[in-house]
Ligand binder design. Structure first.
Ligand SMILES: [Zn+2]
Length: 400
């Protein structure tokens, strides 16, 4: 199977997941003609005939057709800028010109036959590991298009530093994709949120153990954590640290040499994993500190120590907002009950279902009805009292 590296399109999460599906399908069904088993893409429809021409720059051969020509200079300048950026970061030059094959729109890109079946709906662009080609549509907004080119070109640098034909151990997925996203230098809000949530929820995996181009687990999270790892390395060792790490990885992957973490970062694998986790926790500390229930409200559920009610399984507020009907566990009677609670201080006003077990499934609907009935009775009592007060104050009017 020819590994290829689809870039999840930044345009929408649906396409992002499409790309994840493609990675998974490629790995599990190498013989399949198409990532969308069993039907889509068996034939790759070509609606247009492209009149290909070549435009050569310092580091690229750009393949274009006349409809793309108005954009050619812009694309060429993006590509050369991207090259300068990555080359400076990694202090590395490619010994070949990258073939950049551009399509005016994504739907035209889907007709590509550089690698039939690769340019499908869920893939933003792709870089070929063996033939130094990048195939990309150019209909993204400028900043995203530049980012797309940087991402794919980073793969070409990665493939050049660690030649895919020589590897004895595979490069971890997070290195390739995380490194490309790091060079791209843009965080999709959703991607950053995923990393933040992993840090806050204490579910950051040990990155050094995520070897190979494996597809286990949520691969988008792996991309994003990889992106964060490169930012971590930069924060701790500067851009030079990233270069050292890539070249140490080259040694260890090709020659089975020393551990890249030890050689480049002077950390044992476990120390690296710990340091990365610490970095993430520190980075998202404001969120960790902020996200406490007390910042948003008060706990009005029954006090387990002072009452025999435990937990608020569901609540319904009264129309006035003064009261809450709460489905709760009655530890004394070993049953679910619906109780009325003051929304001011959580004090228990009354048990609406004393001695009467409540089925959890119907409790929520009942709590609203009971609350309504309770308020109606309270209204009636208030009216009664007011009436009685009236009568006491104006005895002459009685019967009037
Ligand atoms: Zn990629």
């Amino acid at each position: 199977m020819r590994p290829r590296v689809p870039l999840p399109s930044p345009r929408s999460s649906i396409r992002v997941f499409g790309a994840a599906a493609i990675v998974a399908a490629l790995a599990t069904a190498a013989a399949a003609q198409t990532p969308f088993i069993p039907y889509y893409g068996k034939n790759n429809p070509h609606y247009d005939t492209f009149n290909w021409q070549i435009y050569t720059t310092d580091h690229f051969e750009i393949y274009f057709y006349p409809e793309v020509q108005p954009h050619l200079e812009r694309i060429a300048s993006y590509a050369e800028s991207a090259y300068q950026q990555i080359s400076a970061d990694l202090k590395h030059d490619l010994s070949f010109k990258v073939q950049l094959i551009i399509f005016k729109t994504h739907s035209e890109f889907e007709q590509e036959n550089v690698d039939p079946g690769a340019g499908v709906e869920g893939v933003g662009a792709f870089a070929e590991p063996f033939r130094q080609r990048i195939v990309a549509p150019i209909d993204d907004p400028p900043d995203r298009l530049y980012g797309l080119i940087v991402h794919e070109l980073t793969h070409q640098f990665q493939f050049d530093i660690i030649p895919q034909t020589l590897i004895r151990r595979s490069v971890p997925l997070w290195v390739n994709e995380g490194g490309a996203d790091y060079e791209r230098g843009q965080w999709e809000p959703l991607d950053l949120m995923v990393v933040r949530d992993a840090a806050i929820a204490d579910v950051v995996p040990k990155m050094s153990q995520l070897e190979g181009y494996g597809t286990a687990g949520p691969s988008r999270l792996i991309y994003n954590l990889g992106h964060a790892v490169f930012e971590f390395i930069e924060a701790k060792y500067g851009k030079e640290g990233i270069r050292q790490f890539m070249f140490a990885l080259r040694k260890s992957v090709i020659g089975g040499g020393e551990d890249a973490y030890e050689e480049a970062l002077k950390l044992k694998k476990e120390e690296f994993d710990e340091a990365f986790e610490r970095y993430l926790k520190e980075r998202f500390k404001p969120f960790r500190d902020k996200e406490r229930p007390a910042d948003y409200g008060r706990d009005l559920s029954p006090n387990q120590e002072k009452t025999h009610f435990a937990q608020a399984l569901s609540i319904t507020p009264s129309p006035s907002g003064d009261l809450l009907a709460v489905v709760t566990a009655n530890r004394k009677d070993q049953e679910l009950d619906i109780i009325l609670v003051s929304s001011k201080d959580g004090s228990i006003v009354r048990n609406l279902t004393p001695g009467e077990p409540v089925d959890g499934l119907v409790a929520q609907g009942r709590s609203a009805r009971l609350l309504r009935a309770h308020e109606q009775r309270a209204d009636a009592r208030r009216a009664e009292r007011a009436h009685a007060q009236d009568r006491a104050a104006n005895p002459d009017e009685v019967g009037g």
